[in-house]
Ligand binder design. Structure first.
Ligand SMILES: [Zn+2]
Length: 116
């Protein structure tokens, strides 16, 4: 990568591990947007913007900056209850099933000496 692509990689690095820059950006066409394929850690919060700062070359003092919005073509849902990709904890059926099984009287253990 050359100096032209370094800001893109820097932004991508702040949200995950950059894997591939879109060919339009590599060839410097369609410069209205940048697209980068990034490996994300689904356990970390999703960032929808990144602060881009400009430093003075000699002093490294930040002279200005702006918030760069980030959008995702695809972001997988992740369930923190059952640790599966494809749904989130708010709609997790597995945990509902497990909780339901524990509450069903017919499935409760009745060992020896039980009065039931
Ligand atoms: Zn789940």
């Amino acid at each position: 990568m050359d100096a032209y692509h370094m800001p893109l990689l820097s932004i991508a690095n702040s949200i995950g591990t950059p894997l591939r820059i879109d060919q339009n950006n590599v060839n410097r066409v369609k410069l209205g947007q940048a697209s980068i394929c990034v490996a994300l850690d689904v356990l970390k919060p999703v960032r929808d913007k990144v602060w881009v700062a400009f430093e003075e070359e000699e002093s490294d003092v930040i002279v200005e900056g702006f918030w760069q919005p980030i959008s995702y073509d695809y972001y997988p849902s992740y369930c923190s209850d059952c640790c599966y990709l494809g749904h989130n904890a708010a709609v997790c059926k597995r945990m509902e099933d497990i909780k339901g099984m524990q509450l069903k009287p017919g499935l409760m253990w009745h060992g020896e000496g039980s009065s039931g």
